[in-house]
Structures are given as C-alpha cells and as structure tokens.
Design a protein around this ligand. Structure first.
Ligand code: ADP
Ligand code: MG
Length: 607
C-alpha cells in the first residue's frame, strides 16, 4: 500500500489558517490598519466598497517595504516584528504572528503598492488565492496601499456566510473605532462607497471620542465625559466615564489594555457597580477605559480574533476600577442617601477582596490582647480615648486594617440580635430596602437582590438534583433565532430543558416554547432567552457550570419581585430568614452587594 500522508500545498494550508484569522471584511480591515500603525503611519486612509465584500483599501504613509520584503510579507509566519519567542514579552507592535497577509492573500485578490521614502521607485504585487500574478516596479507615493478585492471569492461557502451589508458595515466601523480610539494622534479618513464618513484629525483621546461619537448623538459629549484616572502599582487606569444622565440603551463601552481593544465582562461588572442606583433600568453608561499594565501580568499570546484577555490580579483590579469610576462620578455628591462612602481618594491593598461600598469607621485603637470570642456578645472597642475616635474623621484616608475583622464581629452580633428579637424591628424603606433594627445598628437589605440570591441558590440546587418543575403554557410562544444565535441556542438547549423549558422545532430557526419553569411568572420568554444567549456569547468560559449559572441567574432575576414592591411584614420576615440561610448572603450572584450595615456608633456620631 502506498503512503497516504502528504503535506498540504501552501495555498490550502493558508486557506485553513485564513479561516481563523479572517472571518469577515472587518477582520481584513483590522489587520491592514494594525499593520499601517506598526509601520509608523501618521495618516491612514480607509476605503470600503459594498460592505467590504468588493473592496477594502488601506493606504498609509508609514515606512513602506523593499521589493523583497513586499514579496516576503505574504509568506506565512513572515514578520519583521519579532525574532525569537522572548521578544513576545516586550512587544511594541500590534502584529507579531506574520500570518495576516498570508491569510488575506489566500482568500482574496490583493494588490499591494509600496515604497520606502528613500527608494526612487516602488513595488507593486498582485496576488490572489496565494498565487502571485504580477510583481513589478511602479511609481507610487511613499508608504503602502493595500487593496483587498472580492473577499472569499474562492471560498463561496464563506462568502455566503457573511451577514447582510449593514451588519458587515457595522462590524467594519466597530473595528475601526477600536483602533482609532487608541491612536488619537493618527489621522484617519474613512470612506464608505465614496462617502467620507469620518475625517479624524490628530487630537487627544477625549477629542477622538467626541469626533467619533458626537456625530451620531447631538448631545454634548464634551460635557458628558468624566475623567477617570488612577495609578497603582498593579495597574494604571485612565479614560472617561459618561455621566449617568447620558446613559442609553445601546451605549458605547470600550476597554483597552496596553493599546489593544479587549472585552472583559467581569470588569464591565466592576464599572456597572460604580453606577449602581444611578441609572434607569435598561440604560447603559458610556465608558472608555484604558488600562496600562505590566505585560507579564496579562495573557500575552493574543490570538488575532480573540478579544478576551486574562489578568493575573483580576479581583484587585476589579476593586480599583470600581473605586476609580465612583470617584469620577463624584459619587459623594450625586449618590442617593444610602451610599455611605465617606473616604477621600481610594486606597487599596492588593489582596483586598472586598469591593462593596462599605462603611469606613474612624481609626480605632484596638487592645491586641482582647479576645472577642472569650465571652459572646460582649465585644467592645477600647473607649478610653473615645473622643479621639472622631477627631480628624474628615481627613480619614486609610481604612483601619482591623476593620474587616470588626465588620465580621459586628455582623455576627447583629445577626444574633435579629434572631433574639425575632424580627420585631422590621420595616421597609421606599419599597426597596428591608431594614432590620438591632442593638448594634441597622441591617439594610436590598430586597430585590436578596430575592435574586435566594431564588438563584434554589434554582441551582434544583438543577443539580434535576428537580425543576415545568409548567405548560396555553399558547406557545414562537421564537426565531438568527443563524448565529441558533448555534448558541443549540448549545444551551439541553440545559434549558433541564431547567424547565420545553421547546419544539417549528422550522430551521423557529421554536415553540411549550413549557416554562414553574418559578417564572412572565408572559414572554423571548427577552429572557435573548439575554441568556447574549450572556453565553460573551461568557469567558463555556462550561456547563457557567451555563447553569447563567440560566439560573436569568431565571432568578426574572422571577424575583422587582424593587418597588410593597411587602407585608410576613413577606419581609420570610425574605430575611431565607437570606440568612443562604451561604453567601453578602453578594447577589452577579456580584452586587445585598446587605449593608449602619453601626450604632455611626448613628450616635451623627448627634
Ligand atoms: P505581522 O503584522 O504579524 O508581522 P502580517 O502578515 O500582518 O504579519 O505582515 C507581515 C509583514 O509585512 C510585517 O511584519 C511588516 O514587515 C510587513 N508589512 C505589512 N503591512 C505593512 C505596511 N502597511 N507597511 C509596511 N510594512 C508592512
Ligand atoms: Mg499584521
């Protein structure tokens, strides 16, 4: 028998690699513009025709290429940017894999014109489906012009997979923003079918944000952007956060790390936490946050299409970010009365895991030999110098190192008090908070979040034990999915059915919802499914556990009584008791604080 293993011809290997790097016109644009930036361009011109399906052209005034380099550039793994693996740790360029041009040339017709400023004459290359058709000397401006025509002309299946023109145009613009927002000093022109859509002059970051976004929204962007800035040994964070009143349904939210765009659902939560209670439901704030961080503390081997980046110190950065945004929002002025932040500029210890808005007691002298556990409930502070407790409170900068510990003890005391008094001092504030009075102070519970936590825990345990109850619906709702969402729905369907849904297929992308989890009392599940699919799309890890949590959280959130419902005393008691039975009663499953304490001495101090 003859041997059966053989090397794929380069053209085929390149086409396979292209599948990874080049998924749509926007990926081509990204690679070409990044190359132009790496080439030191100060002005970049972009021309798009027919949503990039017919033409994507990028011209730059960068360093250009020699005749040989121009040819070499299209070879796989050919790069001028790194020489050895170690260089990866001191990357100064956006590209480094040497794959992009080879991939683009494998699936499109490419024309390159390039000249170095010191060369008399430039080079022109025509290449299509990895085959060079022409290379000759030409007269051309210093710099480089890439024309990428008829993307996927030789891979019809991929071409068919492209979305509608408007969706692809939207992707192109998004990709453009992600780069233009990081390089405000570079001039950009962006033409879409001969129309000049953007002419961006050299400016600073704020100016660039305004130039890009002020166009579509008449509101004054200048007034709406609040400066965010914080420097710590871990990370430097700069950027802008939009004022809450400018929040909108479809907001512009951008994270960049060391000059690259990234997606980071967890840090997004950190930002949203700072906006807590400042937004109308369904409104999202605009933000543009730039992280500068030691490259060795983030996942360096960035895949060209991968926008999620792993950080070594995520929890600490989470806290720093929340505090930085809060500071920018001047939360001390605009916050509603239940926000008890009293400290000045935020201070952090790296291993601080606490990220909720917490009460900062004044610096207190502790008696180090005192054992709080020796006699229960008799814990007292050293009140010998009690007047000192309150002096200089306004200038209080540093959180008492022992206060985490004392919080715990106070909380225990309060819980004990609550138990002993059998919830006598219980009332509801503005239909949103349940307040439990006790000897040691006031225990405040966000009722909606408490319910989300209770239901989430319940649903999770029922899911694990396969005990979820379904309820048939009289008139099954029909839900249609887009091709892309359908893929994700397929992934989730089994788990959704475990959690109480029953679907039947009507046609390729339409399903009927025949039953829903009994816990839900909502009329339409379309929005809920959309949310679950959306979460799953952005989920950093697509594990079954992660999916369970997403589903449980969505169900819990939908089923929980919304903030604003009046509760009877019985209902309040029920919620409080159930909350205390939850393992984690401090945070809701999506990371928001559920409870807050005002200590008796805090109250005393106000008099
Ligand atoms: P990478 O950017 O990862 O090095 P690419 O395939 O994108 O790989 O590009 C290959 C090489 O071609 C680059 O390393 C660079 O030397 C050269 N090159 C690409 N685009 C340009 C440009 N616009 N100006 C000058 N040189 C370029
Ligand atoms: Mg590149």
């Amino acid at each position: 028998m003859s041997d059966i293993i053989h090397l794929l011809p380069d053209s085929v290997a390149n086409q396979i690699a292209a599948g990874e790097v080049i998924q749509r016109p926007a990926s081509v644009l990204k690679e070409l513009v990044e190359n132009a930036i790496d080439a030191g361009a100060t002005a970049i011109k972009i021309l798009i025709r027919n949503a990039g399906k017919d033409l994507i052209q990028v011209s730059d005034n960068g360093c250009g290429m020699s005749e040989t380099d121009a040819r070499m550039a299209f070879e796989r793994h050919s790069t001028s940017k790194i020489n050895e693996a170690n260089d990866l740790f001191s990357l100064r360029t956006l590209g480094f894999r040497g794959e992009a041009l080879a991939s683009i040339a494998a699936v499109a017709q490419v024309e390159l014109r390039t000249r170095r400023s010191n060369d008399e004459i430039g080079t022109m290359i025509e290449i299509a489906a990895s085959r060079v058709f022409r290379q000759e000397s030409v007269q051309c401006a210093a710099g480089t012009v890439f024309q990428v025509k008829n993307l996927f002309f030789n891979v019809p299946a991929r071409r068919r997979f492209l979305k509608s023109d408007n969706v692809e145009r939207n992707h192109l613009l998004q990709e453009f923003y992600r780069i233009a927002l990081v390089y405000p000093q570079i001039e950009f022109e962006y033409y879409d079918n001969e129309t000049l859509v953007y002419q961006l002059v050299s400016t600073n970051i704020k100016g660039r944000i305004e130039a890009i976004f002020a166009k579509s929204q008449k509101k004054k962007w200048e007034q709406q952007l609040l400066t965010v800035e914080t420097n710590s040994t871990l990370v430097n964070i700069r950027g802008f956060a939009g004022k809450p009143e400018f929040a909108q349904r479809a907001a512009n939210q951008y994270f960049f790390v060391n000059g690259r765009f990234m997606r980071h659902p967890y840090f997004h939560r950190a930002v949203m936490m700072a906006y807590e209670r400042l937004l109308q439901p369904n409104d999202n704030p605009n933000y543009f946050i730039y992280f500068e961080i030691a490259p060795e503390t983030i996942d360096i081997n960035i895949h060209p299409t991968k926008t999620e980046i792993k950080f070594e110190n995520e929890t600490a950065i989470f806290s720093i970010l929340t505090a930085a945004i809060k500071e920018a929002l001047g939360k001390f002025h605009v916050a509603p009365p239940l926000d008890f932040d009293t400290e000045g500029a935020p201070q952090f210890s790296v291993n601080s895991q606490r990220n909720l808005t917490e009460i900062r007691p004044p610096q207190v002298q502790f008696n180090p030999t005192y054992n709080p556990f020796s006699t229960k409930n008799s814990y007292k502070r050293d009140f010998d110098n009690w007047e000192k407790l309150y002096s200089g409170f306004e200038n209080e900068q540093k959180r008492d190192e022992n206060s985490d510990f004392s919080d715990k003890i106070f909380e225990e005391n309060i819980l004990q008090d609550i138990k002993n008094q059998q919830f006598k001092n219980l009332f509801q504030l503005k239909n949103r908070f349940i307040i439990v009075g006790s000897e040691s102070g006031l225990f405040i519970i966000d009722q909606h979040r408490a319910l989300v936590r209770i239901l989430f825990d319940k649903i999770m345990s029922q899911m694990i034990e396969n005990q979820i109850h379904s309820q048939q619906v009289m008139f099954p709702e029909e839900i249609s999915f887009s091709v892309a969402d359908l893929l994700i729905f397929d992934d989730c369907r089994q788990e959704l059915e475990k959690s109480g849904f029953i679907f039947s297929k009507i046609n390729d992308n339409t399903f009927a919802v025949n039953a829903i989890p009994a816990i839900l009392n909502i009329s339409s599940v379309e929005h809920l499914l959309e949310k679950i699919i959306d979460e799953q799309k952005n989920a950093p890890q697509k594990t079954a556990e992660n999916l369970h949590e997403t589903i449980a959280l969505s169900l819990a959130t939908s089923a929980a009584i919304k903030a604003g419902k009046m509760l009877t005393e019985e209902e309040m008691t029920d919620i409080v008791e159930r909350l205390f039975n939850c393992q984690n009663r401090t945070y809701s499953p999506d990371g928001k604080p559920i409870t807050n304490i005002i200590y008796f001495n805090e109250i005393e101090k106000r008099f």
